[in-house]
Ligand binder design. Structure first.
Ligand SMILES: Cc1cc2nc3c(=O)[nH]c(=O)nc-3n(C[C@H](O)[C@H](O)[C@H](O)COP(=O)(O)O)c2cc1C
Length: 224
């Protein structure tokens, strides 16, 4: 047995089978209503909602419990304007030169282009950073294990929590995203992971008419 302290698993909760089915179905139905929104309202969102959603994200499992993520929450118009200008510069290059024809073809149904007005309209931008390694106060480095997997899980939980609260998100990945370190004053040990746009959808928001694959296309059950 390890010498490290343990506590009883007090918070685990088992439900009767029928209740499990209902809870899961309700949860799935709710998640299935989530869509990536690209037209946002400028209606304000109270900061406590964002803080609770971030706490939900921070419950994600992480390699060796090192929680290798940082969330830079932007609501100020000047910083949003800087981010929009830098993102549109990168995206202009991306759509005109950097993206392969194959990539542009895959993006076509989404109707995206280099214009990113939502980066100023939406009340919150959450820049998610992956911490490649930790740094102790004396400057020594702490190795992180599976930082990409961990940060991906935390981000998924953040998107889920915000959706659960009735907010819309856009997972945005201007390519490349290095400018976020500079604008947001984040150290080189952090890699920009993605930029989450958060708010209420615009009243007349529309979304691409695309579908999700059926279960049997993305799942295999091995039962022997
Ligand atoms: C890692 C990742 C990067 C994405 N980058 C962008 C992006 O830069 N711009 C954008 O408009 N949508 C982006 N999306 C959103 C996807 O296009 C969207 O999730 C997908 O089309 C499915 O639509 P849905 O989220 O409404 O189900 C990204 C999604 C993921 C997971």
């Amino acid at each position: 047995m390890s010498d490290f302290p343990t506590i009883p698993l007090q918070q685990y909760h088992e439900y009767p089978l029928e209740e499990m089915r209902r809870r899961l179905k309700d949860f799935y139905d709710d998640l299935n209503r989530r869509r990536t929104v690209r037209e946002f309202s400028d209606r304000p969102v109270p900061r406590d909602l964002i803080e609770t959603a971030l706490q939900a994200a921070n419950t994600a499992p992480s390699g060796a419990n090192l929680q290798p993520w940082h969330f830079a929450v932007v609501s100020g118009p000047q910083t949003k304007q800087k981010i929009r200008a830098a993102a549109e510069d990168e995206e202009r290059e991306f759509y005109a030169h950097r993206a392969s024809d194959e990539w542009l073809e895959a993006l076509a149904p989404l109707g995206t282009d280099e214009h990113k007005p939502f980066l100023e309209t939406a009340p919150y931008l959450i820049a998610v950073f992956l911490k490649k390694f930790g740094e102790l106060e004396d400057g020594r480095k702490v190795k992180h294990y599976y930082p990409a997997e961990s940060t991906g899980l935390a981000t998924g939980m953040l998107i889920t929590a915000l959706h659960h609260a009735g907010l819309a998100t856009l997972t945005h990945t201007p390519s490349p995203m290095k400018f976020l370190n500079e604008i947001l004053g984040r150290p080189k040990s952090e890699r920009p992971f993605l930029l989450l746009v958060v708010g209420y959808p615009a009243e007349d928001a529309r979304v691409p008419d695309i579908a999700r694959k059926p279960l049997e296309e993305y799942t295999s059950f091995i039962e022997d």
